[in-house]
Design a protein around this ligand. Sequence first.
Ligand code: ATP
Ligand code: MG
Length: 300
Amino acid sequence: MSYQSTFQRWNGTESYIADDGLIAAVNVAVALQRPLLVKGEPGTGKTLLAHAIADGLGLPLHTWHVKSTTRAQDGCWVYDAVARLQDSRFGDRDVRDVSQYIKLGPLGEAFSSEKRAVLLIDEIDKADIEFPNDLLHELDAMRFVITETGEEISAKHRPVVIISSNAEKELPDAFLRRCVFHYINFPNEDRLTQICRVHHPDVDDKLLAAALRRFMALRSVKHLRKKPTTSELVDWISGLRLAGIDPEKLSAALPFAGVLLKDESDAAKAKKAGAMESDDDSDDSDGNKGGSGTGWRGWR
Ligand SMILES: Nc1ncnc2c1ncn2[C@@H]1O[C@H](COP(=O)(O)OP(=O)(O)OP(=O)(O)O)[C@@H](O)[C@H]1O
Ligand SMILES: [Mg+2]
């Protein structure tokens, strides 16, 4: 008997650039029906991955944005006790029926979806250290009971669970044991080019090459507090295009540096390392001094 199972394979999408390692990790997680835990620097496409998987597999997506105050139960259901109290005092509703004050959270929605769904648990490391442990049971059993009503919600189809983390906190071993893990490496120049082309299909080749050169030089500056990310590069290229920046002049100046660098000490380090012109070095097209450079003076 063949051990190979048939399951719907994900092969990336036109708008999401995935390498072979990531595609394999997604498919093994789907085949094993295990959550896929993705880590990586900010802006490496962790959140977008869940959207791309839902797109590629043609499944609905439910997103659970985790915050520092999020509890595991919030993803299952929320009981609006305040609305019930208000109705009992001022409203004309029959408040004995508690179920009207229960709202399913994203996990509950994904479990009760008629169609198999993708569930993104985004930025799991933002929550309390107990949060992943509290989720273990629901993710294993694929069911939970709403305490207020006694109703059991069990998954009609096991959702494809994608969990993102920026590694702000370590996750418990028991939780890791149940996941497939993939680290999204920061893209190399070729992959960055592909990603930029997805977002700017008709960008001028020279502008793209010049922008990437400047971006890579900035990222290689040592000890930056916050390196510029892929999404900032995509935004920066939008700015360069909107302002009609001449690619030739990008070698002499770094317009809209604030789209890439978000810390004054990083700008100072970049200047010291020669990855960014000091304010006195760059001229604009009219010969004006002052770091404005290649014709974006009109954008002041
Ligand atoms: N592989 C990719 N294919 C296409 N676009 C990408 C890819 N990776 C990153 N991007 C671009 O970068 C942006 C940021 O991606 P996303 O928000 O998914 O990153 P993230 O890893 O979740 O970041 P954060 O940790 O800050 O939440 C996307 O909106 C997209 O423009
Ligand atoms: Mg994200």
